[in-house]
Write a protein that binds this ligand. Sequence first.
Ligand SMILES: NC(=O)c1ccc[n+]([C@@H]2O[C@H](COP(=O)([O-])OP(=O)(O)OC[C@H]3O[C@@H](n4cnc5c(N)ncnc54)[C@H](O)[C@@H]3O)[C@@H](O)[C@H]2O)c1
Length: 325
Amino acid sequence: MLKVGMVGMGGISRSHRNSWKQIPEAKVICVCDIRPEKADDAASDMNAKAYYDFDEMLAGEQFDILDICLPTYLHADFAVKALNRGINVLTEKPISLKKEDVKRVYEAAQRNHVRFMVAHVLRWWREYVFLKDAVDSGRYGKLLSGHMARLGNTPKWSWDNWMRDPERSGLVPFDLHIHDLDWIIYEFGKPAKIVSHRSGNSDQDYINVIYEYDGFFIACEAAWFDCDFKFTSNFRFQFEKAVIEYKDGVLKTYKKSGGVETLEAEANANENGINLPASNGYFNEIRYFTDCVLAGKDCEMLKPGELETVLDIIDVLNEGSKTIR
Ligand SMILES: NC(=O)c1ccc[n+]([C@@H]2O[C@H](COP(=O)([O-])OP(=O)(O)OC[C@H]3O[C@@H](n4cnc5c(N)ncnc54)[C@H](O)[C@@H]3O)[C@@H](O)[C@H]2O)c1
């Protein structure tokens, strides 16, 4: 039985906790949050021990996996600390706001012969897996264009308002757009050209980017709107022989030959605890990471070079941005 420790028991930790409950080879034995009520609540949810200080948890417990659900700016330092103690680490996205951390974290994992992975959940999200297969198989002919969007309201709920602090969260490019960008780099590699526009600040932040490749392009949008805007993640990809659209949690394939096919709803989708359509993406990524740890294998689904490319591109988006107000 693998023993798991978790740190950062805020919003996203609920999806991770629900997933760990479904992994028979692992048991969450300890959880940590500097807000005692969050740690206590998660501890009773998981039948685990609560800690309010990470160093105390590291000193007081022996565990095989650390699952990091902390604010973004803390991911790399906490990961390295645990890796250096021989603990396998899964961290929420992004790995860091700084590219140099990719090398630092992976070197710590290698030095200590343990596994490290960033939880870029779209790589395991059913509709994005379907899309990848449609591109790779070529069953609808050549890809012509794509559109990906991730829009929501300005996050005012995060601990200490860290999300709206550019130094700690990186705002919309790191909070939202990085999901789609990571998937794009995973699937297509580096684009030939990037055209981006941005308007915003920590109250409202909107980014619009076109990634150009040989023969097709992908237009993306991501935003925090300062109003009661319901979160949406969607895409629409145009192939020679079909259009695949994912909208309101439903994926449809519109065929040139006629007819529309709808991907059946997932019978056993998790309650993911955040405002996203139900999917087993969180379970799938945690299952994959657990299998890598059990097999003593690197997490090859996610390569450090891809993470570096994503951080390089976000630098370009930030440099090329137009900030209003
Ligand atoms: N994959 C996804 O779909 C997804 C969705 C939401 C958030 N995220 C990522 O998850 C991370 C966390 O986001 P969130 O929305 O859960 O944030 P949050 O503010 O709700 O939770 C963060 C928690 O960390 C705790 N914390 C802060 N400093 C700490 C410390 N030093 N030691 C222990 N606990 C500490 C806070 O008290 C808080 O409970 C972010 O990096 C975000 O990018 C991913």
